[in-house]
Design a protein around this ligand. Structure first.
Ligand SMILES: [Zn+2]
Length: 178
């Protein structure tokens, strides 16, 4: 965090404190990495020991569930343990991008993933750092489609920020094209 803001821990803290803090961060990182890697390995092993029809059945169910969850603010990723289709969900950040196509209104928002779950092998991971270790921490865009009627019912006209964002995005036609 400190580095992202262009300052090293050393400039924020004294030399000794900085060394200690860096050591602690390193230890936490190693601990998370070790914990996540052994968890993935354990679930991989359990899954690989199931017979093939059972593996196939679980993979199919996982695909179907991911398909549903996609419409509920989840994002599809490959499970790091069993390679089935699984999903992540997380915290929204930044401003909503609102696009009005005439027939429908599409609201997009960036999400930082913080939770992973796989229906096929039952692996779950929690926290951005765990997801980074598992290589499934890419930020994604949530996209929700509304009919104009649904949308106007949803927006509180007293909510200045949303109304301004809507007006601005529609005025400039400045849409993200993910
Ligand atoms: Zn899995």
């Amino acid at each position: 965090m400190a580095e992202a803001q262009g300052e090293s821990l050393t400039s924020l803290l004294g030399d000794d404190e900085a060394k200690l803090a860096e050591k602690v961060i390193e230890e936490i990182n190693l601990e998370v990495t070790g914990k996540v890697k052994s968890k993935i390995a354990a679930f991989q092993k359990v899954f690989s020991e199931k017979d093939e029809p059972e593996q196939a059945r679980r993979k199919r169910e996982s695909v179907l569930l991911a398909e549903q969850l996609c419409h509920q603010e989840h994002h599809r990723v490959e499970c790091p343990a069993c390679k089935s289709v699984a999903t992540v969900q997380g915290d929204k950040y930044g401003r909503e991008q609102i696009e009005n196509t005439g027939d429908e209104i599409i609201v997009r928002q960036s999400v930082i993933p913080t939770k992973f779950s796989c229906k096929a092998c039952d692996l779950t991971l929690s926290g951005y750092s765990e997801l980074i270790v598992a290589n499934i921490a890419d930020h994604f865009t949530n996209r929700v489609h509304y009919t104009p009627e649904e949308f106007y019912e949803l927006v509180d006209p007293n909510d200045r920020e949303v109304m301004d964002s809507y007006a601005e995005d529609n005025g400039y036609y400045n849409f993200s094209n993910d």
